[in-house]
Design a protein around this ligand. Structure first.
Ligand code: IPM
Ligand code: MN
Length: 325
C-alpha cells in the first residue's frame, strides 16, 4: 500500500484533482490517500500556506498529487510550490509533450538557476542570482541522459552559452555526461529552440535545460497540444515524486466548472509510469484520447463540456476498458 498525498491547493486545483484521484483509485483502490491543505486559501484561513506538519507529511510520502497554488503579489509570501521543490529536493521537472509525429520530453532543472532564491533589493536595483552548480547540473544531466538512453538516444541541450557564463558551464557539464552515456547531442540556443520546437517538433527527443528556460519552453510547447490545459509534469527527487499539472491555479476561470481536467488526469499517467505501471499509464492516455476524439472537450480546446463532463467521460472509458479485458 503506497501513501499518496493529495494536495488540491487553490483555484482550479480543487476542481480538477478529484477526477485525477478517481482515476488513480480506479487502478488502486487499496492505496492510502492522504489529503493535505496548503496554498493561498490555507494561508488566508490559518496564516500558514505550508505548515511544518504538512511539509512533514509531504516528505514522508512516496507520491504526491498536487493541483495548483495561487501566489499573491505580497513580498512576504513565498511560493509554496517552489518551497516544496526545494525542501523535497525535487530536482528534475519532466514535461512530456506529444502528438501526431512528435514525442518530446522536456527536462527542466528544478532547484537552482534563476530560481536559486538568492535575491535582494537595494535602493535603486534588485538582484537575483542565477546559480548553476556542478552537482546540480551533473545530476540533471545524468537524469536526462538516462531518459534519452531509454528513448531515441538523442539529447538537445537548451542554453544561452553565447551570453551567460552560467550557461556555458551548464552546457559543458551536459556534454561531458552525454559523452559518457554515448548518446548523440545537439546544443541549441534557447530562443531559437523555442521557435524550432514549435515549427519542427518531430526533430526532438529529450531536451534538457536550466530552470527558467524550461519554464518558458514548456508553456510554449503546450501550444503543440492545444494549450496549457493538456500538460502534466512530474517533479522527481531521489526518493519521491510530485505530479502537478503545468497550468497553475487559473483564477480567471476558477469556480466556473470549466477547467480542463486532462492535465491533472495525465499526471496520474505519469505517476503510474513512475510507479512502474506502464500498461496502466497507457490505458489512462488511451481513455483521454477516446474522450477527446468523441468531441468531449472543455472550452480551452474549443469545446463546451464542463470539467465534470470530461472527468466523468474519462472514468466511464476506463470502466468500459476494464470490462473489455
Ligand atoms: C510552473 C509554474 C511555476 C514555476 C510557478 C507557479 C512558481 O509556472 O510550474 O511552470 O515558475 O515554476
Ligand atoms: Mn510555468
Amino acid at each position: 500500500m503506497k501513501p499518496v498525498v493529495i494536495a488540491p491547493g487553490d483555484g482550479i486545483g480543487p476542481e480538477v484533482i478529484p477526477y485525477a484521484v478517481d482515476v488513480l483509485k480506479h487502478f488502486h483502490p487499496e492505496w492510502e490517500y492522504i489529503p493535505v491543505h496548503l496554498g493561498y486559501e490555507c494561508w488566508k484561513r490559518t496564516g500558514d500556506a505550508l505548515s511544518a506538519r504538512t511539509l512533514e507529511t509531504l516528505k514522508k510520502a512516496d507520491l504526491i498529487l498536487f493541483g495548483a497554488i495561487t501566489t499573491p503579489p505580497d513580498p512576504k509570501y513565498q511560493s509554496v510550490i517552489l518551497r516544496i521543490r526545494k525542501e523535497l529536493d525535487l530536482y528534475a521537472n519532466l514535461r512530456p509533450v506529444f502528438g501526431p509525429g512528435f514525442d518530446i520530453l522536456i527536462i527542466r532543472e528544478n532547484t537552482e538557476g534563476l530560481y536559486s532564491g538568492i535575491e535582494w533589493q537595494e535602493k535603486d536595483r534588485a538582484c537575483t542570482l542565477r546559480l548553476v552548480t556542478e552537482a546540480g547540473t551533473r545530476r540533471i544531466a545524468r537524469f536526462a541522459c538516462a531518459c534519452a538512453k531509454k528513448r531515441r538516444r538523442h539529447l538537445t541541450i537548451g542554453n544561452k552559452a553565447n551570453v551567460l557564463k552560467s550557461d556555458a558551464y551548464f552546457l559543458q557539464i551536459c556534454i561531458e555526461e552525454a559523452e559518457k552515456t554515448g548518446i548523440s547531442i545537439d546544443k541549441k540556443y534557447i530562443d531559437a529552440l523555442v521557435l524550432d520546437v514549435l515549427q519542427h517538433p518531430g526533430r526532438y527527443d529529450v531536451i534538457v535545460t536550466t530552470n527558467i528556460f524550461g519554464d518558458i519552453l514548456s508553456d510554449a510547447a503546450a501550444y503543440l497540444e492545444g494549450g496549457l490545459g493538456m500538460l502534466p509534469s512530474a517533479n522527481i527527487g531521489r526518493h519521491l515524486a510530485l505530479f502537478e499539472p503545468v497550468h497553475g491555479s487559473a483564477p480567471d476561470i476558477a469556480g466556473k466548472g470549466i477547467a480542463n481536467p486532462v492535465a491533472a488526469i495525465r499526471c496520474v499517467a505519469l505517476l503510474l509510469k513512475y510507479a512502474g505501471e506502464r500498461e496502466n499509464a497507457r490505458i489512462v492516455e488511451e481513455a483521454i484520447q477516446a474522450v477527446l476524439k468523441d468531441g468531449i472537450k472543455t472550452p480551452d480546446l474549443g469545446g463546451d463540456a464542463t470539467t465534470e463532463r470530461v472527468g466523468k467521460a474519462v472514468l466511464k472509458e476506463l470502466a468500459s476498458r476494464r470490462q473489455d479485458s
